[in-house]
Unconditional design. Structure first.
Length: 357
């Protein structure tokens, strides 16, 4: 397999955390094949992971979700509190594993990768994905976090149901590295009765987007679901692109999913969704670009602005990776920049009449 080379000024030092000796060794072997990466230590549980992080000060940590003594979620929260470090979660693609991974991302982890099964082809695929994740993670800006460990509980009791009028305005939200916690700062603050449909494109592997949509749905007053073929664009409904599928809006103004070639090396891609939305809705589009590596969404931002729509960008100070917003800023002249806590307010202001009555 051809792994993306990491070309830092010095080696990227990685701490490997997993309760399985076999898996730790398998991950070490994968990392040994990545130019510019050095494994500086291992840990077998979350408690040991915190101690080894304080001792070794790695550049990046790969961490299992389910471990004895201290699980991955608690370990991430403790590391973010004491010595903020980019953490990539490794998780089995079970419903419980994916849900716990989303909580770990909320706690401060920057990315997630499906755990290898041990099969040779699977190990090769995971190795390539892990190399990309480390490349992105090492450029992350980490902030000390003192928030409590995210609970698995869903605190919102919703009185609204999926249904209502067809949307005449569409909001697209795009994000990548650091996106899940950013989305939890945006989606729950969109008000009931929003006079627009909302499409979310988060760069994330297959299997995790369903868990992310369920988590956001439980935190929000608006219904959030993973998009399915033929879904209608309805005011106040939020649809999340499934992992490994591009999400577009067709001439019939319904959702279509495909596995056409990646764009900017990703699928789903923000630009694919934005270009289809722009073709159908013209100036009645709002695009918000949140934290993430790369330039996905920049082309769409230029197109939305040219059509008279609104472009909103997360500011550098609150981004984990100021890549996608920076690229979009370079392609636009009138984009609105806001801290993550102000993105929802900017979206509501851009939607006609603010909220539907």
């Amino acid at each position: 397999m051809a792994l993306p080379a990491i070309v830092p000024r010095q080696q990227t030092r990685v701490l490997v955390v997993d309760d399985s000796v076999f898996m730790r060794r398998a991950i070490e072997r994968l990392l040994e094949r990545i130019p510019g990466v050095a494994v500086v230590g291992t840990a077998s549980n979350g408690f040991e992971a915190v101690q080894r992080t304080l001792e070794l000060r790695p550049d990046v940590i790969t961490m299992d979700v389910e471990m004895p003594k201290m699980d991955g979620v608690v370990a991430v929260a403790e590391i973010m509190r004491t010595v903020p470090t980019p953490i990539i979660m490794l998780s089995t693609l079970t419903a419980q594993g994916a849900a716990t991974t989303i909580r770990a991302l909320e706690a401060g982890a920057v990315d997630c990768v499906a755990k290898p099964t041990g099969m040779s082809q699977d190990l090769a695929n995971v190795g390539e994905r892990l190399a990309e994740a480390i490349l992105h993670a090492r450029g992350a800006t980490m902030h000390r976090r003192i928030s409590p460990v995210p609970s698995g509980r869903l605190p919102v009791t919703r009185t609204t149901t999926i249904g209502g009028s067809s949307a005449h305005h569409v909001v697209v939200i795009g994000s990548s590295t650091g996106g899940p916690p950013a989305l939890t700062e945006v989606i729950p603050h969109l008000p009931t009765g929003l006079n627009a449909a909302v499409l979310v494109v988060q760069h994330m592997p297959p299997g995790f987007t369903a868990a992310l949509s369920r988590r956001l749905d439980g935190l929000s007053s608006l219904p959030v679901t993973e998009a399915a073929e033929g879904d209608r664009l309805i005011n106040g409904r939020i649809l999340l692109a499934p992992g490994d599928f591009h999400m577009t809006v067709g001439a019939d103004r319904t959702i279509h999913l495909d596995r056409n070639p990646t764009q900017h090396g990703v699928r789903p891609a923000v630009d694919v969704t934005v270009n289809s939305v722009a073709a159908m809705f013209g100036r009645s589009c709002t695009l918000a670009i949140l934290t993430g590596m790369g330039r996905d969404g920049a082309e769409g931002a230029a197109r939305i602005e040219a059509l008279g729509g609104t472009v909103i960008l997360q500011d550098e100070s609150t981004c984990v990776v100021y890549g996608m917003p920076k690229a979009a800023k370079a392609r636009t002249e009138h984009a609105i920049e806001a801290k993550i806590g102000g993105i929802a307010k900017a979206i509501v202001a851009a939607v006609p009449q603010g909220v539907a009555h």
